[in-house]
Ligand binder design. Structure first.
Ligand SMILES: NC(=O)c1ccc[n+]([C@@H]2O[C@H](COP(=O)([O-])OP(=O)(O)OC[C@H]3O[C@@H](n4cnc5c(N)ncnc54)[C@H](O)[C@@H]3O)[C@@H](O)[C@H]2O)c1
Length: 261
């Protein structure tokens, strides 16, 4: 087991990539604090964890990662339950309305930046404080995106927020490296999750509709398929493990080769 008895906070742990990370971390022996805005998403992940046969210990924390009061509550509850923290996975994120910048309402810009970028600041700050208090270091892994490295039209706030996560990662890695805190991020490409199936727009594409919608992207993916939460979870597990001891400040692509820089 790569993460035996390590305590991890996973934001957005209720579905999609965050749920994939929770299931993999459970197999690797971690103890989990699952954070999500939606109680129903948390309940879905907890059913899967209960059925997983791993006997994983976990707590569910409902709230908003862009709200500093909620974030403080997530950390307090985690320390109260498990007595320590070893890993923070900053995964919660949203898209933006698919409209151009000229017509983009200020509130839509603010919301995407708050949920995708400010949350990384709020959570990483409290995680690092706790790691320093404990001594012995810790791991911070954020989920950026391929869209943090290359621009996509109509996704400007999203791209800006995800590029911000990459530079936050680099700068903060330099700030806290002396405390043995490793700060890295991952940049997924096209991953089959409710977000990509249009959940935010009230859609829930069927397998057939999703295959049709992603058909045009496939020729741009050298490995010839979309990714799954488990593909991303593997790398987020590696980054939390001892095998990644000497890595910090990195932004690792997980895109089947769609993004290469
Ligand atoms: N799916 C992809 O193709 C893809 C690609 C690159 C990056 N990402 C990133 O991966 C992360 C996870 O995406 P996903 O595709 O699994 O999305 P998803 O919508 O399927 O799951 C995200 C989860 O985060 C929760 N969440 C949203 N806002 C929150 C908030 N303010 N506070 C707490 N929880 C909140 C949602 O309720 C949901 O359960 C995001 O940061 C996303 O930007 C996804």
């Amino acid at each position: 087991m790569l993460l035996k008895d390590r305590v991890a906070i996973i934001t957005g742990g209720g579905r999609g990539i965050g749920q994939g990370v929770a299931l993999r971390y459970a197999q690797e022996g971690a103890k989990l604090a699952l954070v999500d805005l939606e109680q129903s998403h948390l309940d879905e992940t907890s059913s899967l964890l209960d059925e997983s046969g791993t006997g994983v210990e976990y707590i569910k924390l409902q709230g908003d990662v862009s709200n500093s009061g909620d974030v403080q509550r997530f950390f307090d509850a985690t320390i109260e339950k498990f007595g320590r923290l070893d890993i923070l996975v900053n995964n919660a994120g949203i898209g933006n309305p698919t409209i151009g910048i000229i017509d983009m309402p200020e509130e839509a810009w603010d919301k995407t930046i708050a949920v995708n970028l400010k949350s990384v600041f709020l959570c990483s700050k409290l995680a690092a404080k706790q790691f320093i208090k404990q001594g012995g270091g810790g791991r911070i892994i954020s989920v950026s995106s391929q869209a943090g490295k290359s621009g996509f039209a109509m996704l400007t706030p999203y791209c800006a927020s995800k590029a911000g996560v990459i530079l936050f990662t680099q700068a903060f890695a330099k700030e806290v490296g002396a405390h043995k805190i490793n700060v890295n991020c991952v940049c997924p490409g096209t991953i089959d999750t409710p977000l990509l199936r249009g959940a935010e727009m009230g859609l829930n594409l069927t397998d057939e509709q999703f295959t049709e919608a992603t058909k045009r992207a496939l020729p741009t993916i050298p490995l010839g398929r979309v990714g799954y939460p488990a593909d991303v979870a593997k790398v987020i597990t590696f980054l939390a493990s001892d095998d990644a001891d000497y890595m910090t400040g990195q932004a690792i692509n997980i895109s089947g080769g769609q993004e290469m820089h």
